[in-house]
Design a protein around this ligand. Structure first.
Ligand code: GLU
Length: 305
């Protein structure tokens, strides 16, 4: 079977080193198997995302030598498609409206075991028709989850499992303002694009069981997952879009693409030296077994420049 991988950035700022790392590993894995690499803009949050960032992202990927084979429709334009899958869940009687406010959610629900959010206690699951009719807020919609273990073997993190009922609870698939959420959109998009492997940051590991559950309901295959270590600043913070000193605007002033890829590949354990190397060349020697599994701390900014 042909390998189909994807890079699914959120265009809410200039790409930073962490995004470059995710793009690079996803590209390397796919191209080491002569597969197809798909680019998809995850711009569901139209307040934070901008087309100018998406344009810069494409430009930065090309500069890095990470040429995608196909770009799929951005998520902001796929609401009607997500709606069809929402209706499938409705037909299966798995959805219910939730009227909980943010503060109720935080006071009533226990912390989520794996990502610091909460386990939804099911407050609105059994409201009667009359109770629903009395509500004045617009509801979000939650999907009911089974009391069942979802388990998979991650290419980097190894065995992972989660019981959706006890570790997560019923989760939102459509917000009160009508916007479909990441979990639903990503499952539909990966499924419809025939994605066979998902390479992304470790912070999304605990999302996978929710996506596996939706894949089962929608009739999609579960891809191979690879959740990669996070890049950390010297003080132990995760690199983020706020670290403008490490965004592509700054990096491109100091380094050429091969130098940047050489430094990242070395920090990640993929090569023995930090010598400059192109993405294409690196793909021919790429091996998941060499990748470091824990957070990668970039000792000083001077390590980069
Ligand atoms: N859009 C997400 C991000 O930029 C990635 C989601 C995914 O790869 O599933 O962090």
């Amino acid at each position: 079977m042909e390998t189909v991988g994807r890079f699914a950035p959120t265009p809410s700022g200039r790409m930073h080193l962490g995004n470059v790392f995710a793009a690079l590993l996803s590209y390397l894995s796919v191209k080491s198997k002569q597969g197809v690499w798909v680019l998809r803009m995850e711009d569901l949050d139209t307040l934070r995302t901008k087309e100018e960032y998406a344009a810069l992202l494409r430009e930065d990927l090309l500069w890095l030598g990470l040429r995608w084979d196909e770009e799929t429709q951005p998520q902001s334009r796929r609401s009607p498609v997500y709606h069809r899958y929402f209706e499938k869940l409705q037909d299966l009687h798995l959805l219910y409206p939730c009227y909980c406010t943010r503060s109720q959610l935080h006071s009533v629900n226990a912390p989520h075991l794996s990502d610091g959010t909460y386990v939804y206690a099911g407050t609105c699951r059994n409201l009667s028709q009359q109770e629903r009719a009395r509500q004045t807020r617009l509801p979000s919609y939650r999907v009911m989850v089974p009391n069942r273990e979802y388990a998979f073997t991650d290419l980097v993190q190894g065995a992972y499992h989660e019981n959706l009922a006890t570790d997560c609870g019923d989760f939102v698939v459509r917000r009160a303002d009508g916007v479909y959420v990441y979990q639903l959109a990503v499952t539909v998009d990966d499924g419809e694009s025939g994605v066979t492997e998902v390479v992304r940051g470790m912070d999304l590991l605990s999302s996978s069981p929710r996506q596996m559950y939706l894949q089962d309901l929608f009739g999609f295959q579960t891809p191979q997952y690879a959740h990669i270590p996070m890049l950390m600043a010297p003080d132990g913070r995760r690199l983020s879009k706020r670290d403008q000193d490490l965004d592509m605007g700054a990096l491109r002033k100091h380094l050429n693409p091969e130098q940047l890829i050489g430094i990242l590949a070395h920090a990640a354990g993929l090569t023995e030296s930090g010598n400059p190397i192109s993405a294409m060349e690196l793909s021919s020697i790429f091996d998941w077994n060499k990748l470091k599994k824990t957070d990668i701390i970039l000792q000083t900014i001077a390590d980069i420049f």
